[in-house]
Design a protein around this ligand. Structure first.
Ligand SMILES: Nc1ncnc2c1ncn2[C@@H]1O[C@H](COP(=O)(O)OP(=O)(O)O)[C@@H](O)[C@H]1O
Ligand SMILES: [Mg+2]
Length: 448
């Protein structure tokens, strides 16, 4: 029951607001129409009672004035309102022991006292009996001056306030009009919230996404302005950080060149070679840092990009670079899969993952698949994997594992850092997992 109800509860702000408003309006309408229907009913009853009493007085006067023989003919001719029947009999229709007429009814049909309706005093009946008839209705017996009784039985058809087409049509028409207006209004009013959510999502993928228009109602304009300020701050922060990285890398080059010159003058041959090797490594690290800072991932515009195509290109290039492992490079995925992305940056991220798989795992099997949250890119190899405690640590800049200290196997330890930075700038991420059967898997996800 709860589950069924929660399924009916809409997920969106507009849906929820519209539902609450529509239900509320329908309740108010139903109440309003009910009040109206009861009012109308009351009026109808008053009119009915007037007619019944008026007819009764008329009939009474006719009976009093007519001779006993004429009475039956008058009764047969006279037109009575629906529900009212009249007869002249020796016995009253009201028997002792019958329950009295409810006071409300009695008042309505003027049974609760002398009324001017009887006409002049000589016309007033000597005896009027009234009671509630068995099976519903009111019985009234009026004694005629010469002895017999004028018996009246009033059985009014039950009033049905809901039994009106107009009621249903009015309710439906008002509900539909109210629902249409509500949905239109609510959608209009919640559009800025939707825009803001979309803009926040876009910013997660692309820091250079265009600014939100700062218009509309005051609250919305304020929120948009605050959002734009925040986006600007993030952009500036990213730019400042990259610029600082570039400046440090650049300025370190001069002292390293000086150190290299000084090393040349070292007496000890082995020490000098080691020193020069260290300096060379430092230069390589700085060169990598500068390269990363230079083509900063955020500066490239995002375009619709065929990920399947990109993956195959990266694999082809990796296979060309390592012809000995070419047949251990495979692709498994759709022919085409288009996503908004920055091509150069994403290619570099993918190339880093594939390069690692080949360098440390001797194989690269790339799998591309659609997931609920977006797209998953998986690069598997057959290497030794990475100790569980180091799976996150290798993403840190210049972090290389003992086994890969040997410079021949690869780069400077920036590859994974750069790959993660690029994927996160796309709103995605990458992590490493050791496969149960051995080997490592780099799992990258992209939203969309
Ligand atoms: N597929 C892999 N199998 C085993 N170890 C890996 C794998 N990929 C990366 N590593 C380890 O993580 C370290 C960091 O990788 P990376 O950031 O690409 O730097 P680099 O490749 O320049 O050393 C590597 O030095 C290596 O020790
Ligand atoms: Mg690498």
């Amino acid at each position: 029951m709860r589950r069924a109800l929660s399924r009916l509860w809409p997920a969106s702000l507009a849906g929820r607001t519209a539902l609450v408003l529509i239900l509320g309006l329908m309740a108010v309408q139903a109440l309003g129409l009910t009040i109206h229907a009861f009012d109308r009913l009351e009026l109808q009853r008053i009119v009915q009672a007037r007619e019944v009493t008026g007819r009764t007085f008329f009939l009474w006067r006719a009976m009093v004035n007519a001779s006993p023989e004429r009475r039956a003919a008058i009764l047969a001719e006279v037109e009575l309102p629906p529900g009212l029947s009249a007869s002249v009999e020796a016995e009253p229709v009201v028997r002792p022991g019958m329950p009295p007429v409810p006071p409300r009814e009695a008042a309505r049909f003027r049974l609760d006292g002398p009324t001017p309706g009887w006409g002049p005093p000589r016309m007033r009946p000597r005896e009027v009996l009234s009671a509630a008839l068995p099976g519903g209705g009111i019985g009234v017996a009026i004694r005629l001056p010469d002895g017999p009784w004028l018996n009246l039985a009033l059985r009014l058809p039950p009033t049905r306030p809901w039994h009106s087409d107009r009621f249903l049509i009015a309710f439906l028409a008002m509900s539909v009009a109210a629902a249409a207006l509500t949905i239109w209004g609510v959608r209009r009013m919640t559009r800025p919230v939707r825009d803001l959510a979309a803009a926040a999502e876009r910013l997660g993928r692309d820091v250079n996404a265009p600014a939100l228009p700062e218009q509309g109602p005051r609250e919305v304009a304020t929120a948009a302005a605050a959002f734009n300020t925040m986006a600007g701050n993030i952009r500036r922060f990213v730019a400042d950080r990259t610029q600082m990285l570039a400046a440090i890398g650049h300025d370190l080059r001069t002292p390293i060149t000086r150190l290299r010159l000084r090393a040349e003058f070292m007496e000890d041959e082995t020490q000098r070679r080691k020193m020069l090797a260290d300096l060379e490594e430092m230069e390589a690290m700085i060169a990598a840092t500068l390269a990363f800072a230079r083509d900063d991932a955020a500066a490239e515009p995002a375009v619709p990009l065929d990920l399947a195509q990109l993956a195959r290109t990266v694999l082809d290039e990796a296979a060309d670079a390592r012809p000995d492992l070419a047949e251990r490079v495979t692709y498994d995925g759709p022919e085409h899969l288009v996503l908004p992305a920055r091509p150069v940056a994403l290619k570099r991220a993918l190339a880093n993952l594939v390069g690692n798989a080949l360098a440390y795992g001797g194989a690269a099997r790339l799998g591309l698949s659609r997931r609920e949250a977006g797209v998953e890119l998986r690069v598997e190899d057959d290497g030794p994997g990475i100790p569980a405690g180091e799976l996150e640590a290798v993403f840190q800049p210049f972090r290389r594992l003992e086994g890969s200290r040997n410079r021949e196997t690869g780069g400077t330890g920036l590859g994974l850092t750069i790959a993660r930075s690029i994927l996160r700038a796309h709103g995605g991420d990458v992590r490493l997992v050791n496969r149960p059967g051995g080997g490592l898997a780099a799992v990258a996800v992209l939203p969309g």
